[in-house]
Ligand binder design. Structure first.
Ligand code: NAP
Length: 467
């Protein structure tokens, strides 16, 4: 955390790097990406308090590599690190400060007047300093633009140490000047952030524009919209909104929502059951997964009575997947896999997960392959927003990840289209409370690499890390 009263400030790294972490060639950037540069400008310049500014710490060579017309970086305190005095860095400029070490810079920034006037501290390279300080204990977060190219470089950054950091956010890939890249933020694992405060506040040190990119906020905003502006039905029991879209990036993390408990065991069981095509539970001894103790506890947490009649409970609409006969389901899944493997440009790679005529929660999935990545869009005609949407996001994301895995492609996007998204009016108070919770980093899904056939995948092959 940015402890402004501490003896030393902490900082966040902001850099862009190629696949093999190349960051420079001949004292220049190896690409021309104006929008990427704009992101750098925005993240390092913006403050929430207009009376404050941010500091950017850089090595002497990075200072010299910055074109004359851009230095000092405007609107920021430029802190230049050098061990020698013989360089022409202006010392009479209020926007420039020269320091002999990272430690002395962070100590100075923790003392008045900087402790009051500097909001955030960003460390922006270059290679020599990144090798010393990128994964160091004072680094709270790393904002890394991953540029998907392989070009000659003479300066490199170290890789992000995933034992120390976990992904907070990864943008959908963008293409500029023919180069594909994505914006990624990694945060220090929570037990490693020194002096970390209240859990909900834990990631508030991130720049607002990055914090707000967490994909779970899209879901929370939707639920808020339903509660605040939804249409009330005739007997005042449901608030609903029609025509909603949510989007999740499956490339680095898995969207098991973090602000509410999602019944992961149930998600896995439902998906494996759907894949098997069976209408019977896989586990012997459990009549139905929704009758297990864990399911009851999950439903109880939302104030739902887990009884025999649950199948008809409106809150459970969207949780149930109604299976048609085994051979039909199996053939749909096989057809999807066959097309992804052998005819990936097919425009009709689709899967209907329920008998449309029988269910009010009709779900229809379509798959799409591009750039070696498998994306999935589902349409759900009606679903309950507090339980049903989080469950469906996890279930269909899992299905996408499993299919991508057995087809040897990368999981890409998951898009959730919802016709009627609703909440029960009697639950709005409890849901409002949940909406106050800040999201945490999503977990990471690992699938047993030895399982290459879809019907061989079992629950024990699906490992959710960092839940
Ligand atoms: N892609 C990106 O995001 C990005 C970001 C920044 C830079 N770059 C690129 O990176 C290259 C420059 O990086 P670089 O590795 O050559 O140099 P650098 O890390 O920017 O600067 C190295 C200099 O910093 C000073 N220094 C290093 N360690 C220090 C320490 N512990 N305490 C005090 N001062 C210290 C020394 O200056 P003295 O020699 O004066 O003592 C050293 O020569 C350029 O090509 C630039 O374009 C890319």
């Amino acid at each position: 955390m940015e402890a402004q009263n501490a003896q030393r400030r902490s900082y966040q790294v902001v850099i862009a790097a190629t696949r093999n972490m190349g960051i420079g060639i001949d004292m220049k950037l190896p690409w021309d990406l104006p929008n990427e540069y704009q992101f750098f400008q925005d993240v390092t310049s913006r403050t929430s308090d207009p009376r404050k500014r941010n500091a950017t710490i850089m090595g002497r060579k990075s200072w010299e590599a910055t074109p004359l017309e851009f230095r000092p970086l405007p609107g920021r305190l430029n802190v230049v690190l050098t061990r020698s005095n013989c360089h022409s860095i202006p010392t009479d400029d209020d926007n420039v400060m020269v320091c002999g070490s990272m430690e002395s810079a962070l100590e100075l920034l923790a003392k008045p007047p900087y402790s009051f006037s500097i909001e955030k501290v960003f460390f922006i390279g270059g290679g020599e300093l990144l090798r010393q300080y990128m994964n160091a204990p004072s680094c709270d977060a790393i904002h890394l633009t991953e540029v998907d190219i392989s070009v000659p470089c003479d300066t490199f950054a170290p890789r992000v140490d995933t034992c120390l950091y976990r992904p907070w956010y990864s943008s959908l890939p963008v293409v500029e000047n023919g180069i594909r890249y994505s914006f990624n933020t990694y945060v220090r694992r929570k037990d490693l952030i020194s002096g970390s405060g209240v859990e909900a506040e834990q990631y508030s040190f991130l720049p607002k524009m990055v914090f707000e990119r967490h994909e779970e906020l899209g879901y929370l905003n939707l639920v808020q919209q339903i509660i605040s502006h939804g249409d009330l039905n005739d007997n005042n029991t449901l608030l609903s909104k029609f025509g909603c879209q949510l989007r999740f990036n499956l490339r680095k993390t898995f969207p098991l929502l973090t602000t509410k408990k999602v019944f992961w065991v149930g998600v896995v069981e439902e998906i494996l059951q759907l894949i098997s095509g069976s209408t019977y539970p896989r586990e012997k001894g459990i009549k139905h997964i929704w009758e297990s103790d864990e399911a009851k506890e999950y439903l109880d947490s939302f104030g739902v009575d887990a009884t025999e009649e649950d199948g008809d409970h409106p809150l459970l609409t969207g949780l149930y997947w109604r299976h048609s006969d085994a051979s039909q389901e199996l053939s749909q899944i096989s057809d999807v896999i066959n097309k992804i493997k052998n005819n990936s440009h097919d425009r009709g790679i689709t899967l209907s997960a329920c008998k449309l005529s029988l269910s009010s929660c009709q779900t229809f999935a379509q798959f799409y392959v591009a750039n070696g990545e498998l994306s999935c869009q589902i349409y759900q005609s009606s679903t309950e927003a507090s339980l049903g949407i989080p469950f469906s996001i996890a279930a269909y994301s899992l299905l996408t990840c499993i299919i991508a895995h057995v087809c040897d492609v990368v999981a890409g996007d998951f898009i959730h289209l919802i016709g009627d998204a609703h909440v029960n009016t009697s639950h709005t108070k409890a849901i409002q409370k949940q909406l106050q919770i800040s999201p945490k980093p999503f977990p990471i899904l690992k699938i047993n690499p030895e399982k290459t056939k879809i019907d061989h995948v079992e629950a024990s092959d699906l490992d959710l890390l960092d839940v």
